[in-house]
Design a protein around this ligand. Structure first.
Ligand code: FAD
Ligand code: SF4
Length: 331
């Protein structure tokens, strides 16, 4: 392991200044992803700027009925908070479906959003990988890709975003608050456009400056989210990343769908908001047929490879099952 310096920041300004002064520095949250990547030689920072003492640990109700969550809030605390459990249960469920109790106690909201892909080539520095080493190639397309993307990938990268929390946040219309540059004011970025698709530059993962500091998340007042649900499919019952997941909420009046929120995990380089499926459902009678058609409409853009085509059926079944349960539809 390379030697590195450590600095504890107590104000966002000093964290931003230290980061701006050193391109090889990184913010340190709980360290549960970054330190692992350092041990593997994937990340080689020469300075870690600890951002866990920035006083960004509050969860507060906002005057417009929403909730603001500091970037330093630990994942366990977010999942356990009454406002989250009551108004956005999919978020609590998504967190509790991930990692382990010990990891969730350490992991922060900011670090969770910025965690890197679990693609096996990305974490193996002996292999080429366009995301880790731009221009070196992407062996996943012809190699091991059973848990990689069927939506939103490019010829340069088909990595999936691993965060469960981010999928639920996308379904709940969350906004990410960031500061960029030492004298900057906070900027609000809708979470749906926070992470970017790989295109020709898989090394770029967000729409903000790579040195941006996440300060908070905000959730709007969203009555439909009070009955939201997160369902995760994985290869063993606990302590495993998703191979497919869904965060969803649906509102049905007189048998007709009047609103919905659907997001998928582990199928794309970003937590995938299913805008097409939502548009397809609006005004349709709630039922198995409509749910299947909505899922198929969303998945019509998929470009599966031989090893991950199973995700088409998985996501279709998840969509039908979760929307049916949420709306009381029986087969
Ligand atoms: C064994 C294991 C199993 C796991 N299983 C799951 C799972 O099933 N589902 C799941 O969703 N996750 C899972 N995780 C991932 C875990 O959720 C992440 O490691 C964790 O959320 C990262 O948070 P952290 O605070 O420790 O981030 P860190 O490791 O500290 O940082 C991660 C990245 O975020 C950046 N960063 C941190 N804070 C900020 C900030 N405020 N602003 C800007 N950038 C910042 C860092 O520079 C770094 O690049 C697992 C992890 C492990 C080790
Ligand atoms: S899918 Fe992306 S992360 Fe995985 S090897 Fe290809 S370029 Fe690297």
């Amino acid at each position: 392991m390379r030697s590195f310096a450590y600095q504890r920041a107590t104000e966002p300004e000093s964290a931003l200044a230290a980061r701006a002064a050193n391109a090889d520095s990184r913010y340190l949250g709980g360290g549960t992803n970054l330190v692992d990547l350092m041990k593997l030689g994937v990340e080689t920072p020469d300075l870690l700027i600890d951002v866990t003492s920035l006083s960004l640990t509050d969860i507060t109700e906002t005057s417009d009925g929403g909730v603001r969550i500091g970037a330093g809030v630990r994942n366990s605390d977010l999942a356990a908070h009454p406002l989250i459990r009551r108004r956005y249960p999919a978020i609590a469920q998504a967190i509790l479906s991930g990692a382990s109790g010990q990891l969730r106690n350490l992991a922060t909201v900011g670090g969770n959003l910025m965690q890197r892909t679990r693609c096996a080539y990305f974490t193996d520095v002996t292999k080429p990988c366009n995301k880790r080493d731009p221009g070196s190639g992407c062996p996943a397309r012809t190699g091991e890709h059973h848990n990689l993307a069927i939506l939103g990938g490019s010829t340069h990268c088909i990595a999936t975003s691993p965060s469960d929390l981010a999928v639920a946040l996308v379904a709940c219309d969350a906004v990410v608050h960031v500061r960029e540059g030492s004298d900057s004011i906070e900027r609000a970025v809708p979470i749906d456009s926070f992470r970017t698709l790989p295109g020709n530059h898989p090394e770029r993962e967000t729409s903000v400056d790579p040195a941006a500091l996440i300060t908070a998340l905000s959730l709007p007042a969203l009555p439909i989210a009070a009955a939201s649900h997160y369902r995760k499919v994985r290869e063993r019952a606990s302590y495993a990343f998703a191979i497919g997941s869904i965060a969803a909420a649906i509102e049905v009046r007189d048998g007709v769908v009047t609103d919905s929120r659907i997001a998928y995990g582990a199928v794309a380089p970003v937590p995938w908001r299913a805008h097409r499926a939502e548009a397809e459902l609006l005004g349709k009678p709630a039922g198995i047929e409509a749910f299947e058609f909505a899922a198929d409409t969303e998945l019509s853009a998929a470009q599966p490879l031989p090893g991950n085509a199973y995700k088409l059926g998985l996501i279709r079944n998840l969509t039908v099952d979760v929307l049916s349960k949420l709306s009381g539809v029986t087969r």
